[in-house]
Design a protein around this ligand. Structure first.
Ligand SMILES: *[C@@H]1O[C@H](CO)[C@@H](O)[C@H](O)[C@H]1NC(C)=O
Ligand SMILES: *[C@@H]1O[C@H](CO)[C@@H](O)[C@H](O)[C@H]1NC(C)=O
Length: 389
């Protein structure tokens, strides 16, 4: 009898807990329509206001369908720190790019704590803006699809992002961010469509994701520390880049970055560190690149401290960015060019503590080459091409 009563109680618990524990906000109840043409921006913002004002954990639900959204800022602080955005549908940006293109961001979370995005697709409809840019006319720079600013305890799980106008996902000024199982797709020729950009942030992980885009698959800006990247498929794209750094005289450094188990397919670069050829107090310290497979990559391993596009304020100057303690371990596959390993460090601030361990890169069925300038370090294990440190 006692067992039976306990059983009844547990049934009641199971049935009540989802509704009693959290509040739920279906965007359709706020007037959103998944018909691809009704502007649902206000409905989403109203659902956010409800979830954010809830004193218990809250879920915002987006049903299957296509929801047209203009620029939306979801801002904190909220009354709870457990908001889940469960997206079963697609969020679509306006087809007229000028609606968003002069804003920084299409969808952004600012100053929030404890937000998870689960599933869903973001369609930035960026191709008209890319065409404008490639026509040589003057065009707006474009909006990033999804931005987290000054936020913490964020999860992005199972999201797809396609055809952003500019960067797909940006993590800026944030802490404890976990991005996993995301899929990013844009044309290999689309301009500045970086997959995931991280800057001024700490304790960020990017796991198990597939990125095909027109710029860096992942780019790491100044002020990034304790970043973990693992299990990434990259390509087409410009690779995984720390940088560009050192554009400003006064800049925060990048420290403690791990990039593990990445496959690059047909990318411009593989593992890259890049800084402007300008004075700066920035630095890169403590980077581990390990277990990378290169498939026909233009520059599989590269440090470039001579970045100076358009000759702006940098010709004939040396980069001030100090690069140290960078390890490349178990890097193998094929280079699309003769020089597979290139370290072009600053003449003023040579790279120190570069470690190469078990590197095997070939070019056109032959041994590739390496090229070093102002780079100091050690090698161990098999090193092909032979090191030049
Ligand atoms: C480096 O970052 C990782 C997370 O990516 C963290 O687990 C580790 O503790 C950090 N190491 C130091 C010395 O801070
Ligand atoms: C290095 O790579 C080449 C080409 O992929 C391969 O044939 C060779 O066995 C590798 N060497 C070692 C020691 O792994």
């Amino acid at each position: 009898m006692l067992k039976f009563i306990a059983f009844l109680f547990s049934l009641v618990f199971i049935f009540l807990s989802p509704t009693t524990v959290g509040a739920s906000y279906n965007v359709d109840d706020f007037g959103a329509k998944g018909d691809g043409k009704t502007d649902s921006t206000h409905a989403f913002l109203d659902a956010w206001t409800g979830a954010c004002g809830s004193s218990s954990p809250a879920t915002i639900y987006v049903p299957p369908g296509s929801y047209l959204l203009g620029r939306a800022v979801f801002s904190g602080e909220c009354k709870n720190n457990d908001i889940t955005l469960q997206i079963d549908g697609t969020l679509v940006a306006p087809s007229d790019y000028s609606v968003l293109a002069s804003s920084d961001s299409w969808l952004s979370f600012q100053g929030v704590n404890g937000v998870s995005i689960n599933g869903g697709t973001l369609d930035g409809q960026g191709s008209a803006l890319w065409n404008c840019k490639s026509s040589g006319n003057s065009c707006p720079s474009g909006a990033r699809s999804l931005t987290f600013m000054n936020s913490k305890n964020i999860v992005v799980n199972g999201l797809s992002s396609i055809d952003s106008q500019l960067y797909h996902i940006v993590i800026d000024g944030s802490e404890n961010v976990n991005v996993r199982d995301v899929k990013i797709v844009a044309s290999g020729s689309s301009p500045n469509t970086d997959g995931i950009h991280v800057q001024s942030s700490t304790v960020v992980s990017i796991l198990n994701s597939n990125i095909k885009t027109g710029d860096d698959c992942i780019s790491v800006g100044p002020g990034t520390t304790n970043l973990w990247i693992e299990e990434i498929e990259c390509g087409p794209g410009h690779g995984i880049s720390i940088g560009s750094l050192g554009k400003d005289d006064n800049e925060e450094g990048v420290q403690n970055v791990t990039v593990s188990t990445v496959t690059f397919t047909g990318t411009d670069n593989g593992l890259r560190i890049k800084s402007w050829a300008r004075p700066s107090n920035g630095f890169v310290k403590g980077v581990l690149f390990q277990d990378a497979t290169m498939q026909n990559v233009q520059n599989p391993v590269i440090i470039d401290q001579y970045y100076c596009p358009h000759g702006d304020d940098c010709p004939n100057q040396a980069s001030g960015v100090k690069i140290s303690q960078v390890t490349y371990k178990n890097i193998h596959g094929t280079s699309a060019t003769q020089v597979a390993v290139k370290f072009e460090c600053s003449p003023k601030n040579p790279c120190t503590g570069i470690v190469l361990e078990d590197v095997n890169l070939s070019y056109d069925n032959h041994a590739a080459e390496s090229s070093c300038a102002n780079a100091d370090g050690t090698t161990s294990g098999l090193i092909k091409p032979a090191g030049c440190l």
